[in-house]
Write a protein that binds this ligand. Structure first.
Ligand SMILES: [Zn+2]
Length: 250
């Protein structure tokens, strides 16, 4: 992390004395957040928002408890890829727009989920299936269940309207870099990281690289703000995103 070293008594952004230790526990409720990115204003994410084009799309089905968590990384995907769709999960009835999109022949949706249970083995496909729908001029769609592991498993099991979709397990050696929640295992990627790896393997390397940098900036900015630290020197990911913005503006 390249957050600056600061004296322990002073907030580097304002020079004001740091809040006492006991306020730290109640962080969040005291923090002033940016209206644009919902991050603490100290390290706002907005200057680093860069759009990227991708052939594949990402649609999120987000658990209702996940929607308003500021540490949710699913929302980062839509900041970078304009075509991203976000739906709230309902057990009984799917979102009407989602139903319509699932029936639209232009799209080839893949439900992203591990293949660790035998009862849906006949639905499991590999990344080659994504490449072959592109040959047929259809748009591959990665449908990611956005929630905790328990929530995602419940969404997978309790959504009859997803039962006909092919299941695409993400196979990757990547270890999580997400620092805002403690993962049960390094192999458990957060939602944005899952999207990054899917895009990369599906042939959208540029979009994957932008989203990866944007995720890093989010991760570093949020983590630093938890300690009231302002990131003084831009990180490598920040520098790359700012350079991309200049190219887009030219
Ligand atoms: Zn912002």
């Amino acid at each position: 992390m390249s957050a600056s070293d600061t004296s322990p008594e002073c907030d580097p952004a304002t020079g004001h004395p740091r809040p006492p230790r006991r306020e730290f526990k109640a962080r969040g409720s005291f923090v002033i957040r940016c209206e644009g990115c919902n991050l603490p204003k100290l390290n706002c994410l907005c200057p680093y928002q860069v759009k990227a084009e991708s052939y594949a799309q990402v649609w999120l089905i987000t658990h209702s408890l996940e929607h308003y968590k500021p540490t949710n990384t699913g929302r980062l995907i839509g900041d970078v890829l304009a075509q991203t769709q976000v739906f709230t999960w309902y057990r009984t009835a799917p979102d009407a727009q989602l139903t319509a999109l699932l029936a639209d022949p232009r799209y080839a949706p893949f439900l992203i989920f591990p293949d660790d249970q035998p009862d849906y083995a006949d639905r499991v496909v590999g990344m080659d299936a994504v490449h072959s729908v592109k040959q047929d001029s259809r748009i591959p769609v990665f449908i990611i269940l956005d929630g905790t592991w328990r929530q995602a498993r419940r969404m997978f099991r309790k959504s009859a309207y997803l039962d006909s979709l092919p299941v695409l397990p993400l196979r990757t050696e990547r270890e999580t870099r997400y620092r805002l929640r403690k993962p049960a295992s390094k192999a458990h990627l957060c939602t944005a990281e899952v999207a990054i790896e899917l895009l990369r393997q599906g042939g959208d390397e540029n979009a994957a690289a932008v989203l990866d940098d944007y995720f890093d900036v989010f991760n570093d900015s949020y983590a630093a703000s938890r300690f009231y630290k302002k990131i003084a020197e831009p990180t490598e990911a920040m520098t790359r995103l700012l350079a991309r913005q200049e190219v887009l503006e030219d």
